[in-house]
Design a protein around this ligand. Structure first.
Ligand code: ADP
Ligand code: MG
Length: 232
């Protein structure tokens, strides 16, 4: 079974009279519990591809199945629910909510889940704080944290609801290399512990070494695939 299956997908943006073909006839298949990176220079289509996998945008043509769902069939409301149930996001600039503390930021996605009691949420928050090693900062606000600490909170938040799929668009772009490697290691550990699939984009060649499967994007085309895992 594939967690993500893209069949001949293309994405064309219309900016006034000009058409930009951001993604050009791309195929790929991603298995559960894998650790995958899309690598390419700025403008190569990484965010476009991640946004489509994350159901934030639709392909112009081709089919895209995510967690067994053909995402073309989802309207805006259904897509939002689908994201809430299946997908966690980690962004380049962390996107923490500035007026909430660390623990409140982690709690935020849990509030969207209908049947969790306050006690169950609290237990989950404490578990996550410990896993990403940020318990001492639980009551602090984002502006009181370092870049690496903020990104650890973002990882915890993305994992809070046990999402099967975590999408991270250049999650290390604003971090120094040591911190970036630590975040990658943390994401790998979370993949091992939860069997979540991580798909991230980067244009940092040092970071892409950490991926098991690498897809190289150039000008909207998927050129190459490599990595340590056998993957058809
Ligand atoms: P990357 O994330 O690799 O930097 P993007 O996916 O953001 O690349 O962009 C790929 C191409 O699509 C670029 O040429 C970009 O200018 C274009 N593009 C992205 N989003 C839009 C949009 N909303 N409207 C028009 N063009 C866009
Ligand atoms: Mg981008």
């Amino acid at each position: 079974m594939n967690l993500v299956l893209a069949n001949n997908i293309s994405k064309t943006y219309c900016a006034g009279d000009v058409e930009v073909q951001a993604i050009k006839s791309v195929d790929f298949a991603i298995k559960p519990a894998s650790f995958v990176s899309f690598v390419g220079p700025s403008g190569s289509g990484k965010s476009t591809l991640l946004n489509m996998i994350g159901c934030l945008d639709h392909p112009s043509s081709g089919t895209l199945e995510v967690v067994g769902t053909d995402i073309r069939n989802l309207d805006r409301k259904a897509a939002a629910r689908f994201r809430g149930e299946n997908i966690g996001f980690i962004f380049q600039d962390f996107n923490l909510i500035p007026v909430l503390t660390v623990e409140e930021n982690i709690e935020y996605p849990l509030l969207m889940v209908q049947d969790w009691t306050a006690a169950k949420r609290q237990q989950r928050i404490e578990e996550l704080l410990e896993e990403v090693d940020i318990s001492a900062q639980a009551k602090k606000y984002p502006h009181q944290l370092s870049g690496g600490q903020k990104q650890r909170v973002a990882v915890a938040r993305a994992l809070a609801t046990h999402a099967k799929l975590i999408l991270a668009d250049e999650p290390t772009a604003n971090l120094d290399h040591d911190t970036a490697y630590r975040i990658i290691d943390l994401m790998k550990k979370m993949r091992d512990d939860y069997q979540s699939t991580f798909i991230f984009s980067t244009h940092d060649p040092k970071i892409m070494d950490a991926a098991e499967i690498i897809y190289t994007l150039e000008d909207g085309k998927l050129n190459k695939q490599s990595g340590s895992e056998n993957h058809e």
